[in-house]
Design a protein around this ligand. Structure first.
Ligand code: C2O
Ligand code: CU
Ligand code: CU
Length: 461
C-alpha cells in the first residue's frame, strides 16, 4: 500500500539489486520496446445500424489494440489518460513488480484526466493475458476498456495464424446506446448480463483463413459478468492452454468453461474444403449461440495439429505442499454495513458481499489491513470457501497458483490466476509467495468486486 515508505524503500533497493545482477544478460538484448495506450472516449458502430456513443477505448477512434510482448523482454507502456475521469491500467495475469500492477492506492495513485503514467516491466510468462482499468472499473469496462495482451513464446509453436479474440458483451438498448450498466438486485446475485455479445467489438464476425491451415485462437473473456461454456464446432480443435498456462495434454474444444478474466488458447485446424466454416459458439441451455466464424478459403494447406510444437511450461514455482501453511478465506454476503464511501474510482453505493466477513470499503487511499500476510518465498494453500449460491471467479494479482482440489468435483490441476468457485464450493489452491507487495484479491464479476467482494494479500520479507 502506498504510504508504507519504509517497506517501499526496502522493495526499491531489492529491485535495484536484482536488476543490476541481471544486467549482464538484459543489457546485451535490445532496449525496451515502448508501446502507447491512449484512453479516450469514442463513438463506434457495434450494432449494424447504430453508432454507440460514449464508448471508451485504449486508442483514439479505434477499438482497444492487441498488445504483443515477448517473454522475458522488457517493455514500456506509456498510458495517457484522455478520459474526463481518473483511471489506472492493470495487466491481468502478468507476474510483474507490484508498483506496475495498476491498482489504485494499493500500488499507485490514480492517473488523473490529462495525466500520463509509464508502466515498465518484463513479462516472465508467455501466453494470452488481458488488460483493463482498476478504477471506476464497472463503468470503464462496460464502456469498452478491455484489451487482449499476448506474450509470445521465444520459439514459434508453428501456427499459420494467431488470432486474439476479445469476448465480451455490451449492455445496449435497441437504439445501440448504453443502458444501465447493472441492476442492484442482480449485483446481489449472479450479476447483470449484457445484451449484445461481441468478438473484438464486432457482432458475429467472420475471419477467413487458408483451408487446412493451423490457427491459434486466443480467447479472452473480458466480460464484466458472464460465466460461459464455449465450443468450437465444425472443425478439429484442441484447447492447449488455459489462463496463459499450457495444459499437460490438449483437451477437446467443447464444454470449455470460462469466467470473467479467464483465457483459453485453442489450436484450430481449418476445414479442408473452401467455403466451409468452423464456429466459436457459446453453449447455452437454450441452444448454442455463434459468436464468430472461421471460413476456409483456397486450396487446403493440408496441415495437421500433430505438427504443432507443445507450448513450453511457464516458470511458475511449484509449491512445497508438505510444508505449506493453510490460510482460509470465506466468500459470503456482507454483514450489515455502511454503504461504501464515494471516491474518485467510483462506487456503486451498495455493499452486498464480503471476504472473511469484511466488505471492501472501496478504492480509497486507506491504509487498509491485508486479508492475510504471506512470507516471501514460502508455500501456502489457500482454502477458498464459497458460502453463497452464486459463482465467483476469484482472482489474485501478482502470483499464479495451482488448483488442488474441490469438495464438489474433479478439477484439473491447472496453473492459473483465476479460480472459478461454483455455488457453495470449497477449493484449495497452492502457491509460492514469490512476489513481494500488496496484491489485489477479488471476485472478477465486477459488480461483486465493486460491492464488497475484494481485498488484498500482502507478501513480505
Ligand atoms: Cu483482471 Cu484485479 O483484475
Ligand atoms: Cu489481475
Ligand atoms: Cu463474485
Amino acid at each position: 500500500m502506498l504510504g508504507f515508505s519504509r517497506r517501499e524503500l526496502l522493495l526499491g533497493s531489492t529491485g535495484c539489486v536484482a536488476a543490476f545482477a541481471a544486467g549482464g544478460i538484459a543489457a546485451s538484448r535490445a532496449e525496451a520496446t515502448t508501446h502507447q495506450l491512449t484512453l479516450a472516449n469514442l463513438d463506434h458502430r457495434i450494432l449494424p445500424d447504430a453508432i454507440t456513443r460514449n464508448m471508451m477505448s485504449f486508442a483514439e477512434g479505434a477499438p482497444p489494440p492487441v498488445l504483443r510482448f515477448k517473454q522475458g523482454e522488457k517493455v514500456i507502456v506509456d498510458v495517457r489518460n484522455k478520459l474526463d475521469e481518473a483511471t489506472v491500467v492493470h495487466w491481468h495475469g502478468l507476474r510483474i513488480a507490484n508498483a506496475m500492477d495498476g491498482v489504485p492506492y494499493l500500488t499507485q495513485y490514480p492517473i488523473e484526466p490529462g495525466q500520463s503514467f509509464r508502466y515498465a516491466f518484463t513479462p516472465p510468462d508467455a501466453g494470452t493475458f488481458w488488460y483493463h482499468p482498476h478504477c471506476n472499473t464497472l463503468e470503464q469496462i462496460a464502456r469498452g476498456l478491455t484489451g487482449v495482451l499476448v506474450v509470445e513464446e521465444a520459439d514459434d509453436p508453428g501456427f499459420d495464424h494467431d488470432v486474439p479474440l476479445n469476448l465480451r458483451d455490451f449492455r445496449l438498448g435497441g437504439d445501440g446506446q448504453f443502458i444501465s450498466f447493472y441492476k442492484p438486485r442482480n449485483a446481489a446475485r449472479g450479476g447483470t448480463l449484457g445484451t449484445v455479445s461481441t468478438v473484438n467489438w464486432e457482432v458475429e464476425p467472420t475471419y477467413a483463413f487458408e483451408a487446412g491451415s493451423l490457427v491459434r485462437l486466443r480467447l479472452a473473456v473480458t466480460d464484466l459478468t458472464r460465466v460461459g461454456r464455449y465450443e468450437i464446432a465444425g472443425a478439429d480443435a484442441q484447447v492447449i492452454a488455459i489462463d496463459s498456462n499450457p495444459l499437460p495434454a490438449p483437451m477437446p474444444a467443447h464444454d470449455v468453461i470460462l469466467s470473467p478474466g479467464q483465457r483459453a488458447d485453442i489450436a484450430l485446424r481449418m476445414p479442408d474444403e473452401e467455403g466451409r466454416a468452423a464456429e466459436l459458439a457459446l453453449q447455452r441451455k437454450i441452444g448454442s449461440k455463434v459468436l464468430a466464424r472461421f471460413l476456409a478459403k483456397g486450396a487446403s494447406l493440408g496441415r495437421d495439429l500433430a505438427e504443432l510444437k507443445p507450448l513450453p511450461q511457464n516458470p511458475v514455482p511449484q509449491a512445497d505442499l508438505k510444508n505449506a501453511e493453510v490460510i482460509e478465506f470465506v466468500f459470503g454476503w456482507s454483514p450489515e454495513g455502511d454503504a461504501p464511501q464515494s471516491n474518485i474510482c467510483g462506487s456503486l453505493g451498495y455493499t452486498f458481499w464480503s471476504i472473511n466477513r469484511t466488505a471492501w470499503p472501496g478504492d480509497l487511499p486507506g491504509p487498509f489491513d491485508p486479508l492475510a500476510t504471506l512470507k516471501l518465498g514460502k508455500s501456502y494453500i489457500l482454502r477458498l470457501r464459497n458460502e453463497t449460491p452464486n459463482a465467483h471467479p476469484i482472482h489474485l494479482h501478482g502470483v499464479s497458483f495451482q488448483l488442488l482440489r474441490s469438495n464438489k468435483r474433479e478439477i484439473p490441476k491447472l496453473v492459473t490466476d483465476t479460480a472459478l468457485l461454483l455455488s457453495e464450493e470449497t477449493m484449495d489452491l497452492a502457491l509460492v509467495a514469490d512476489n513481494p507487495g500488496d496484491w489485489a484479491f477479488h471476485c472478477h464479476v465486477i459488480e461483486h468486486q465493486k460491492t464488497g467482494l475484494a481485498g488484498f494479500l500482502r507478501i513480505e520479507d
